[in-house]
Ligand binder design. Structure first.
Ligand code: FE2
Ligand code: FE2
Length: 167
């Protein structure tokens, strides 16, 4: 079955968004690695891998649906942050943006009566609930830890499932 024509461009825009998120998480991982915060770095390296998997899901679905995915340049990225909480806040804002993009794609699929695309997108709807929960909990933990970032390292080390579960 082929993808509705009006969904092709928005799907390609989402591929760009997922690859951008993947690259942005690499930049955040590097920021934490350079601070000597290895667990936080690994958390964001894993998040980066997950975002690449998300992009691949869109690519595969488009190929199966006789639509041509376009591999885009990623958007402008941020490589420096004033503090760990600023970096994680930036990640949370990015997840909120992706959530509204996914919801918008669902709106289009419903409008086009493209049931296959709608069904495909439902995985992402649920995934975004988890992504926002993971990131806002991490931000909360960083704020509670204050200056003692080793507490955050311990928290991330004990809760690796947060990043691994969804991939
Ligand atoms: Fe994603
Ligand atoms: Fe995400």
């Amino acid at each position: 079955m082929s993808l509705s024509t009006n969904i092709v461009d928005p799907f390609n825009a989402q591929i760009k968004s997922e690859f951008t998120a993947s690259a942005q998480y690499l930049a955040i991982a590097i920021y934490f690695d350079q601070m000597g915060l290895g667990e936080l770095a690994n958390f964001f390296f894993r998040q980066s891998d997950e975002e690449r998997v998300h992009a691949m899901k869109f690519i595969q679905f488009m190929l199966e649906s006789e639509a041509k995915p376009l591999i885009p340049p990623v958007s402008e990225l941020r490589n420096s942050f004033a503090s760990p909480s600023e970096a994680v806040q930036f990640a949370l804002d990015q997840e909120r943006k992706v959530t509204s993009e996914i919801n918008n794609l669902v709106d289009i699929a419903v409008r086009e009566s493209d049931h296959a695309a709608n069904s495909f997108l439902q995985w992402f709807v649920v995934e975004q609930v988890e992504e926002i929960d993971t990131m806002s909990t991490l931000l909360q933990t960083i704020k509670l830890a204050g200056d003692n970032l080793l507490l955050v390292e311990e928290y991330v080390r004990r809760n690796p499932q947060h990043a691994d579960a969804a991939a």
